[in-house]
Design a protein around this ligand. Structure first.
Ligand SMILES: [Zn+2]
Length: 150
């Protein structure tokens, strides 16, 4: 069990229990548009390319994270609410590639990654990141927490 101190999008939390990126996890998005579903698929592909196996085969009984899209202030890209197993994404983000990066950032929080200052290195976990996908160093950070899935 990995307990993380992290916050994104102003959710004020002390700590939460991260999800194992090597254990089956379903993503649900009942209200998503086709473009938003593309963004979710993009985020899954980005992490799958970095060795995450959580989405390879999510059995029906797998725990689920809900991806919701809603109106929000422009500065707000996304947030992870671990109490409700929910990721909230700003509906105004229309570009599929950008959506993929923003959702991948929130999934990074789901899996226990914390923010990385841009001055330290480029990372999908840079606060407010809209352009940087998971990097080699992000993959190493994930594997340092959980080991290799395969
Ligand atoms: Zn964040």
């Amino acid at each position: 069990m990995l307990v993380v101190l992290a916050a994104c999008g102003g959710i004020d939390r002390a700590e939460y229990i991260a999800r194992d990126p090597c254990a089956p996890l379903a993503l649900t998005a009942a209200t998503a548009t086709p473009a938003e579903l593309d963004g979710i698929a993009g985020a899954i592909a980005l992490w799958r390319d970095r060795g995450v196996s959580a989405f390879d085969a999510a059995p029906a009984e797998a725990p689920a994270i809900e991806i919701g899209f809603d109106d929000a202030a422009p500065a707000f890209h996304g947030a992870y609410d671990p109490d409700h197993a929910r990721v909230l994404i700003n509906r105004d983000i229309a570009d599929a590639a950008t959506l993929g990066v923003v959702i991948a950032h929130e999934l990074g929080h789901v899996f226990g990654l914390v923010h990385v200052a841009p001055a330290a290195r480029m990372s999908v976990m840079n606060p407010g990141n809209l352009i940087t996908p998971p990097t080699d160093d992000d993959q190493r950070a994930m594997q340092a927490l959980w080991g290799s899935c395969r």
